[in-house]
Write a protein that binds this ligand. Structure first.
Ligand SMILES: [Ca+2]
Ligand SMILES: [Ca+2]
Length: 289
């Protein structure tokens, strides 16, 4: 028995080649790290990290390089995390968050940073949330909020704070409702009510409360009605003529256009994967196996 606390190591050989080593790093006499060799090279490592006698961490190697790591994080005899490596670095991590054997979260890495995260937040068996990161900061989030298999909400972030959100409220594949934020507080909403992609309703907020709604009721790019709000109620309304919109609002994009722009931005995001795969990951209907 080794009482010094140093690991005890047994090496097993076959025909002069190492085939396996067993190492006890915690409890003396209990092997909690097994290393398997193939052609003299490391091929697999099994570790028992909590000392319950069962391996819970499995590392797979090819040509001596770490390729994949599988973890049973809850020590229940079931793998719930799969890490994929390239040139020794983690590039993708799949997680089973609910113990049902299904991958419910995928995280992509570049260098040491998260660049993309996908999650099945409502346990429908498909990804309903994708988040994009730049230099470790959240920049964009896509959501399928209704579970229809279609992306209906895109949120934009700056310095990790929500600055803009666009929603496809009608489910027709075109965004029609926009909310603008400043320092985490809602400042305005814009909507396209007739489907021509141009804003025709502007709502302004102060201290998080709606104070004014302007409408282009003729859809001619002019404000024709104004409603004043106080404590959530209309307290004044007036018809206007030929009044300039309160700001230059951008037209609404289609969900498809948004996905294309994300695919362009994300072309370098998914390491070692063809562009087609990058794109398929964006189809929320895709079943993850
Ligand atoms: Ca264990
Ligand atoms: Ca419109």
């Amino acid at each position: 028995m080794d009482l010094s606390g140093k690991p005890t190591l047994w090496m097993y050989y076959e025909n002069g080649q190492p085939v396996r080593s067993e190492e006890s790093t915690k409890a003396a006499g209990v092997a909690n790290r097994r290393v398997y060799y193939k052609d003299g090279k490391i091929s697999r490592v099994e570790e028992d990290t909590n000392g319950d006698g069962k391996s819970d961490t499995f590392s797979y190697f090819e040509n001596g390089q770490l390729l994949r790591k599988e973890l049973d994080r809850k020590h229940v005899g079931k793998i719930d995390l799969w890490g994929y490596y390239q040139d020794g670095r983690l590039i993708k991590q799949d997680e089973d968050l609910h113990g049902d054997g299904k991958v419910s979260r995928i995280v992509y890495f570049q260098g040491d940073e998260v660049v993309r995260r996908e999650e099945d937040t409502s346990r429908r068996g498909r990804m309903d949330l994708i988040e994009f990161f730049s230099q470790g900061r959240l920049t964009k989030r896509l959501r399928d909020t209704k579970g229809t298999g279609k992306w209906d909400t895109v949120s934009y972030f700056q310095d990790n704070q929500l600055v803009r959100e666009e929603r496809d409220t009608k489910g027709d594949g075109v965004f029609d409702f926009r909310t603008l934020y400043d320092k985490g507080k809602i400042i305005a909403q814009e909507a396209d009510t007739n489907g021509d992609r141009r804003v025709d309703v502007w709502v302004n907020f102060q201290n998080g409360e709606r104070i004014e709604q302007l409408e282009d009721q003729k859809y001619e790019g002019r404000v024709t009605a104004r409603y004043v709000f106080k404590d959530g109620q209309v307290v004044n309304q007036e018809q206007l003529e030929n009044v300039e919109p309160p700001r230059a609002s951008s037209t609404f994009a289609s969900v498809e256009e948004e996905l294309r722009s994300i695919a362009r931005d994300g072309a370098s995001v998914v390491v070692g994967k063809p562009a087609a795969t990058t794109f398929s990951g964006l189809e929320s209907g895709a079943e993850i196996k």
